[in-house]
Design a protein. Structure first.
Length: 378
């Protein structure tokens, strides 16, 4: 594999030498691309000797060969280790002001970012939001290790050990070889050609689950219900209504994660064109089919994960358990309507003989759910 190893200017940049060597020893062709600030922490000579290639991190170094495009397009995988807080901010904002960021923006390769910084910098809201933005775009961000930092203090922010980074990059993951279908977003039922009955689902949880499944090695199919933005690294099918979603669910998958908010009602008499203010329509509604129950009946071998969104007054666990028993799902994730928007959530994880509360950002909760699914499958 051709790997572009971006190295940014943090104290851990010297450890990139070990990573470069480990990747080369695995047979990968590695091109090291330090930022100008990284070269304050690690010598050009070290990287040249270990990669067997000249180091030139000047964007305008060899203009004739347009190196940023060449570097971006040649790479099968781009790894940034260590990634500084400054780099995360520039990358999340799309600021292409050096050779590395230009190469990244010119590339369609898979990108893995390995941040390393002081704990307070890592936990700073700006950094957290930048990481979340990158993850939502399909970039794999490895959690830093906890341990001794630059000074006497300790905490999360340390660059993980080289063997852990290698494992994160290449090891066969728990869902390798599995297909995971994730539905995300909210369906729309047409009233006329302009209006619809929809819901407030943002699709964040579904996307986070799809990314978590992808990061665990699964081949992911995302069925996106009315989502404008979808991540890289997975097959995406865009759908609008319950009927479209039902049609898209006619293929079996090892795992189905039914995170989309599916309308319980459909308009039986949708109008053509645009209704005018003077013709207030009398809408006839009928129930939509139960897609989760239909799927588990059609594909009983599939491991189905359902979601139960309940009213604040209702008991989430009871509602989830009754859904588990009636829909053929192996796991039901229950949550209350108060978690509909926003990036943090609290859910009740319910399976035949286990119940657990999982809370955190939607990304964290999604990773925990998918790890539990992977554990069940193994
Ligand atoms: C001694 C020293 C150590 C630093 N270590 C880190 C670090 O570990 N992580 C980080 O995010 N920034 C660190 N910085 C700050 C970065 O060097 C600074 O944000 C720089 O602009 C990063 O540039 P780059 O991302 O273009 O390579 C450090 C700065 C100094 C002076």
């Amino acid at each position: 594999m051709r790997i572009l190893l971006g190295i940014t200017g943090g104290i851990a940049a010297y450890k990139a030498a070990g990573l470069l060597r480990a990747m080369s020893e695995l047979g990968h062709e590695v091109t090291a691309l330090p930022t100008q600030n990284a070269l304050r922490f690690i010598g050009e000579a070290t990287l040249e000797a270990l990669s067997g290639k000249n180091i030139d991190s000047d964007l305008y170094g060899d203009v004739a060969s347009v190196r940023h495009v060449q570097l971006g397009q040649e790479a099968d995988l781009i790894v940034i280790a260590p990634a500084t807080a400054a780099f995360l901010g520039r990358y999340a904002a799309g600021i292409a002001d050096d050779l590395l960021l230009n190469a990244l923006l010119a590339s369609t390769a898979e990108v893995v970012v390995v941040p390393a910084m002081h704990t307070e910098m890592w936990q700073n809201q700006a950094t957290m939001e930048n990481v979340e933005t990158l993850r939502s775009r399909g970039i794999r961000v490895m959690e830093p290790a906890s341990g001794r930092l630059t000074g006497d203090d300790t905490g999360p922010g340390r660059l993980p050990e080289v063997e852990d980074i290698i494992e994160f990059l290449f090891a066969s993951s728990p869902l390798t070889g599995k297909t995971v279908t994730v539905t995300a977003g909210g369906t729309r039922e047409r009233i006329d050609d302009v209006r619809f009955i929809g819901n407030r689902s943002s699709g964040k949880t579904g996307i986070a689950l799809a990314l978590a499944a992808r990061d665990l090695g699964a081949k992911v199919r995302l069925i996106a219900c009315n989502l404008a933005q979808t991540p890289k690294g997975m097959d995406v099918t865009h759908v609008e209504s319950v009927a479209d979603l039902s049609a898209a669910l006619q293929e079996p998958s090892d795992v189905l994660v039914m995170a989309a908010a599916v309308s319980d009602f459909q308009v039986t008499n949708p109008r053509k064109g645009k209704l005018s203010r003077s013709t207030v329509p009398e809408l006839k509604l009928s129930s939509t089919p139960d897609l989760l129950a239909a799927y588990t009946k059609q594909f009983p071998e599939s491991f189905a994960v359902g979601f139960a969104l309940v009213d604040q007054e209702e008991d989430v666990i009871n509602a989830s358990r009754s859904k588990l028993e009636t829909k053929g799902a192996k796991i039901v994730i229950g949550n209350s309507i108060s978690s509909l928007e926003g990036s943090d959530t609290v859910v009740q994880y319910v399976e035949a003989d286990t119940e657990a509360e999982i809370s955190g950002t939607k990304d964290e909760v999604a990773r925990e759910i998918m790890s539990r699914v992977a554990a069940q499958l193994s």
